[in-house]
Design a protein around this ligand. Structure first.
Ligand SMILES: Nc1nc2c(ncn2[C@@H]2O[C@H](COP(=O)(O)OP(=O)(O)O)[C@@H](O)[C@H]2O)c(=O)[nH]1
Ligand SMILES: [Mg+2]
Length: 316
């Protein structure tokens, strides 16, 4: 019997949600896979991911790329089996991806799904957050809408949840500690409403919140933004002519997710959160792999646990 681990992905259409999963899957063997696990997409997810992988690699055919204009409009779900290498998967990872507009047009549908999900991943357009003093941030990232959304869905929360803030297209902003700190400061500032909500008395002990930047291409950097008809157009450049697709840190969101769920598992055994009955499949092997995988969670270069350190503490 396999159990399901569901994750919601929020973020404007075209920000790069599918690209995060593409990189996570593409890089899995050389990252989390080292712990002896395998990740296998189902047929439909596999087809979508190879299509996106082709497009991401094609970004490197041109010297200059634009970003954020295309992308999928419909919500998509991606299903992966996760388990021991060479065995049937222990658990199913289901990523449910929503375009931003859904938060308004399909409220109840999204609410219901978020309640079922152990984790929410919010993809953030980093150039919009950082350039021109964050001038395009509200338009591209809709922080207010996201905050209101959590006010509703996380009211009277019973189970702990993990929220990952995932800056993407962030290559330019995470190459040294000084820049990475600016990125973190900007996130704390521009998401202060959301973070205030999470640190409220009722949510502080339940919600873990971590910033995990992912460079979904790795070699394509922001170069400029042009305003055309009061809409921003972002342009990107590859770092040199021979640059190849080389995503960075695409394993980090999943490392944090597995770590959070392992901790939930340990707490369930201790009698906390006993209503959670979804632990089929979490055998010793998977737990040990999740523990090992967590050893490589990053804490520098734009990564930070903003709250809920103890919800991620898996020391025996
Ligand atoms: N320049 C640049 N383009 C990207 C990056 N990641 C994704 N894209 C492009 O942005 C578009 C939308 O990406 P997608 O992952 O489908 O976004 P989604 O709608 O949020 O799932 C695609 O054409 C990608 O090739 C990136 O890091 N840099
Ligand atoms: Mg998509």
């Amino acid at each position: 019997m396999t159990s399901e681990l569901k994750i919601t992905m929020l973020g404007q259409r075209g920000v790069g949600k599918t690209s995060i999963l593409t990189a996570m899957y593409e890089q899995f063997e050389s990252t989390i896979g080292e712990t002896g696990l395998q990740l296998t997409p189902d047929a439909e997810s596999s087809a979508l991911l190879s299509k996106r992988l082709g497009e991401l690699k094609a970004l490197l055919n041109d010297f200059e790329a634009t970003g954020g204009l295309e992308g999928t409009e419909e919500p998509q779900s991606f299903t992966f089996g996760l388990g021991k290498l060479g065995r049937k998967p222990n658990i199913q990872l289901i990523f449910q991806d929503f375009p931003g507009g859904y938060l308004q047009s399909h409220l109840e549908f999204v609410d219901k799904i978020v309640k079922e999900c152990a984790a929410v991943l919010i993809a953030i357009d980093t150039p919009a957050l950082m350039e021109n003093n964050g001038r395009w941030h509200d338009l591209m990232n809709n922080p207010k809408q996201i905050t209101d959304f959590f006010k509703r869905t996380y009211a009277d929360l019973e189970e702990p949840k993990l929220v990952l803030l995932v800056p993407v297209r962030c290559e330019k902003y995470v190459q040294n500690e000084q820049d990475a700190k600016k990125l973190l400061d900007r996130i704390k500032n521009k998401y202060s409403g959301l973070l205030r909500l999470f640190s409220s008395e009722d949510l502080l002990t339940k919600v873990a919140c971590v910033v995990t930047p992912v460079q979904t291409v790795g070699t394509v950097f922001f170069s400029q933004v042009k305003e055309i008809d009061s809409r921003p157009h972002f342009y990107f450049r590859k770092i040199d002519h021979n640059a190849e697709y080389s995503p960075q840190d695409s394993d980090q969101p999943l490392r944090y997710i597995l770590r959070f769920v392992l901790k939930l598992h340990l707490d369930t055994k201790r009698g906390l959160f006993s209503s959670i009955r979804r632990w089929f499949g979490w055998d010793e092997y998977l737990k040990e792999a999740a523990r090992k995988s967590a050893e490589k969670c990053k804490y520098t270069g734009g990564f930070e646990i903003l709250q809920g350190q103890d919800r991620l503490d898996i020391k025996k």
